[in-house]
Design a protein around this ligand. Structure first.
Ligand SMILES: Cc1cc2nc3c(=O)[nH]c(=O)nc-3n(C[C@H](O)[C@H](O)[C@H](O)COP(=O)(O)OP(=O)(O)OC[C@H]3O[C@@H](n4cnc5c(N)ncnc54)[C@H](O)[C@@H]3O)c2cc1C
Length: 381
């Protein structure tokens, strides 16, 4: 494979860059080790006709009119605003936590249990709420998700949720929200239409068959690129158990129900995919499909989901990043290349700004994301 720009990875980062460079008349080739396009932004159809997001639920949202216009170029979005629930004391409650719940359980006047500057995730969470609430909603979920005590996780993780004074049930408040009407796989196919993509092909560093005349863009794991010679970065992943219930029309009241209680099973959440599909696509569908997700350490690069939010891994990433920045004609980016959790709109926005600097200066500038911000952006709801 030879091209001016070779892009390893057809996920949102690689696809956005490939689209921008191609639209600007540059010669681009993409390769990906998976059998499908789109990286983790992918879905497939269950035999019942229900569409499952292959790598966990993906809710698209953005506050940026520019990114919303951009994604609407490739797909129509069906309106979908994620509202989650969580099981607490056997009952369904809102997630993020509603202040009215705290008033009901603690009393009209309540205050957070931690004062001062938090030094870890547990303290940062307790700075938002009373300890009893933290124990019911946050501690068990986070410890299942990361497999370590919450007090060893970084403070930045707590920025992914809040306590809702107005009881707003929306998971995220961005102006534009939805799910591609015809699915994520079709969305990514449209984004890469007309671009040379080779699937089922793993790139190894200095592969003699691959020549990038101007720039190699690598969106895979940064430690894999360097053959793990400084050590492996830690990731969490999820095992997904799908259950088809042909005689059940509806299993739970919303698409995602969290399961924070360690005594209520190892799974952290249960998804019911029908909620995420447009109503007109459900006529003729029999039954429902639910998926339970259990988190575990990932030892296979193709299964990496969440970068691990602690200092040891942040330091290891920095060592790899310094080496990557010193290699000419190389851009290592994306959620795996920057060891950073990006929402879809953030991955697109980041790729757009890298693409603009490639088109303007011939090479990306400032590719090394600041590690402090990187840690604070980690982890999903
Ligand atoms: C469980 C989960 C849920 C999420 N939910 C949401 C959500 O609700 N809303 C939201 O906005 N975002 C969500 N996201 C984030 C979203 O998935 C990412 O923003 C997006 O996947 C980032 O795209 P990327 O291209 O950087 O990475 P990826 O999608 O991982 O793409 C990287 C690609 O590179 C390929 N590759 C890697 N190494 C090699 C190699 N050596 N050779 C060849 N190919 C290689 C991989 O096969 C892959 O296709 C979620 C993420 C996870 C993990």
């Amino acid at each position: 494979m030879q091209a001016d720009y070779v892009i390893v990875g057809s996920g949102l980062t690689g696809a956005t860059l490939a689209r921008m460079l191609t639209d600007a008349g540059r010669e681009v080739a993409v390769l990906d080790r998976r059998r499908h396009l789109g990286g983790n932004v992918h879905d497939h159809e269950h035999e019942s006709g229900i569409r499952i997001h292959t790598y966990g639920p993906h809710y698209f949202r953005t506050g940026s009119a520019r990114i919303w216009r951009y994604v609407n170029r490739f797909t129509e979005f069906a309106p979908y605003v994620a509202s989650l629930q969580t099981i607490v004391d056997g009952k369904l409650e809102n997630w993020p936590i509603a202040a009215s719940y705290i008033r009901r359980v603690i009393g009209e006047t309540w205050e957070p249990s931690f004062h001062g500057t938090p030094t870890n995730f547990e303290e940062a969470s307790l700075a938002m709420m009373p300890e009893l609430i933290y124990r019911k909603f946050v501690k068990g979920y986070s410890e299942k998700q990361w497999g370590v005590p919450a007090a060893t996780l970084s403070t930045g993780l707590a920025r992914r949720f809040d306590v809702r004074e107005d009881d707003d049930p929306r998971l995220m408040k961005q102006e534009h929200q939805g799910i591609p009407r015809n699915g994520y796989a079709a969305f990514m196919e449209n984004m890469l239409k007309g671009i040379d993509v080779q699937l089922n092909r793993t790139y190894k560093r200095e592969d003699p068959q691959v020549t990038a005349r101007k720039l190699l863009v690598f969106t895979g794991p940064i430690d894999e690129f360097f053959n793990y010679d400084e050590g492996r970065l830690r990731y969490r992943t999820q095992r997904r158990e799908h259950v088809y219930m042909p005689d059940t029309d509806s299993y739970q009241p919303c698409g995602q129900v969290n399961n924070p209680d360690p005594g209520a099973g190892p799974h952290i959440r249960t998804l019911e995919w029908k909620h995420m599909m447009p109503a007109e696509q459900l006529s003729g569908v029999r039954g429902t499909v639910i998926t339970r997700e259990c988190t575990e350490d990932s030892d296979e690069p193709d299964r990496h989901e969440y970068p691990f939010p602690d200092q040891v891994n942040a330091d290891l990433y920095t060592r790899y990043r310094e080496r990557a920045n010193a290699i000419p004609k190389l851009l290592l980016c994306g959620r795996l290349g920057e060891y950073r959790y990006y929402d879809m709109d953030q991955a697109i926005g980041r790729a757009m700004s890298l693409g603009e600097s490639i088109l303007r200066d011939g090479a990306p500038s400032g590719q090394n994301g600041n590690r402090k911000t990187a840690i604070s952006a980690l982890a999903p709801a």
